[in-house]
Write a protein that binds this ligand. Structure first.
Ligand code: FEO
Length: 404
């Protein structure tokens, strides 16, 4: 069902072909590129889809408008997963007027050769009347590109939000969330999407949410995933928490291991945390894409990183992961490191220093415990509970995570 309301139609497409979104992030459940059509005296399209799906996209539009023209194309976001069918749209409807923020203009020219005179630049609070429908435009830069804006339909109380409030995964056949009791599996996929794609921009997401807080939003039409109606408040609440870097008690354990010793310590920590009733998720960084581990950094309030000492430094997969955390400006986490070494311990110390520079609170075992050092535990050679007491560490984490 692509009729969201009498005036708002869904004309997006599902992508089950792409394996890595942005060439980086796995898509086990696919992804949708959502585009919306507003039908009125004049018709407006809001965003397009990835050009690989342009034929299906045009077919979807034709089902609703037949031979009638599309008068306006509103560009909320220029990333090519939403803009690369602009040329196809312009070919079919050459008289169409494009509306976009000023920052989008050079991108439209640069990506698609569209000249500036074809584009009507809109600013904060500008509006467009289609007949009965009046759309207004709200600049929300850096959510998550500089040109991003959102479009508001007052009569339908509907926010066309671009990537904000989007998720990996595809909408169900009904497009809206009407058949969902709660976010269910979309919750983890939304956190993964947010942490992977938007995570760096918590402050600008917060600024956008503040700006939109006066709107009485009944429906959120984002560019990825279902249209949120019943769960719109839940989704807004989750985005609010994520953009404030708020997390729930639990541990993201991420480790790299050369010969299995640090891996054994990681598994032992996970087991002890589970026994102590602490939610945790374990991620082997040598074999797994960092996408899920980043999701759990945003989900849980404690990060535990395992890394052997490698060339006198941090094992590269663990170093890359720390870099990804730092690049997302993650705040307010508790942190512990652990790892084996062969002749000189360095990785735990270096990881703890990096964590400290990010403002994380270091946790660890009492000083007298073997291997204990500020921000973690180092152990020589093979793992054993005597050299690295994960039971004691799990108990300390349980208390610091705020679990009774
Ligand atoms: Fe879905 Fe930022 O593009």
């Amino acid at each position: 069902m692509s009729k969201i309301t009498e005036k708002i139609r869904y004309v997006g497409v599902n992508d089950h072909e792409t394996t890595l979104f942005e060439g980086l992030w796995p898509l086990p459940y696919g992804v949708s590129y959502n585009s919306y059509l507003i039908i009125d005296k004049e018709n407006a399209l809001i965003d397009t889809v990835d050009a690989r799906f342009k034929d299906k996209f045009i077919e979807n539009i034709r089902k609703h408008v037949g031979a009638s023209p599309i008068n306006y194309l509103i560009i909320n976001h220029m990333e090519p997963d939403h803009s690369s069918s602009v040329s196809a749209v312009m070919e079919l409807w050459p008289d169409i007027t494009i509306l976009a923020s000023s920052r989008a203009v050079p991108m439209l020219t640069g990506y698609y050769g569209i000249s500036a005179e074809k584009i009507r630049t809109v600013g904060d609070g500008d509006s467009l009347s289609l007949g009965e429908t009046v759309l207004s435009f709200h600049m929300t830069p850096m959510v998550h590109w500089p040109e991003t804006m959102m479009t508001w339909d007052e009569s339908e109380k509907t926010l066309f939000s671009g990537d904000a409030f989007g998720t990996f995964g595809i909408p169900g056949t009904g497009i809206t969330d009407s058949d969902l009791e709660d976010l269910g599996p979309y919750r983890d996929e939304m956190i993964r999407y947010y942490s992977n794609i938007v995570g760096k921009y918590g402050n600008t997401v917060q600024a956008a949410m503040k700006k939109l807080s006066a709107l009485e939003i009944k429906r959120i039409c984002s560019t990825h995933g279902p249209v949120w109606e019943k769960l719109a408040a839940d989704v807004a609440g989750l985005y609010g928490k994520l953009s404030r870097y708020e997390a729930e008690p639990g541990v993201c354990i991420a480790y790299g291991s050369m010969y299995g010793n640090t891996a054994e310590a990681a598994l032992c920590l996970s087991k002890e945390l589970t026994k102590a009733g602490v939610p945790n998720a374990i991620h082997p960084l040598c074999t797994e894409n960092i996408s899920d581990a980043l999701r759990d950094v945003f989900k849980y309030n404690t990060i535990a990183i395992g890394s052997p000492t490698y060339n006198g430094g941090i094992f590269p997969p663990a170093e890359t992961f720390m870099k990804a955390i730092s690049a997302r400006n993650v705040k307010g986490r508790k942190f512990v490191a652990f790892g084996s070494y062969s002749w000189a311990a360095a990785s735990v110390k270096l990881l703890a220093e990096q964590a400290q520079s990010l403002g994380f609170e270091l946790i660890g075992l009492p000083e007298e415990t073997p291997g204990s050092q500020s921000g973690g535990i180092s152990f020589p050679h093979a793992y054993s509970p005597e050299k690295c007491d994960m039971k004691a560490l799990a108990e300390i984490i349980r208390k610091s995570a705020g679990l009774a």
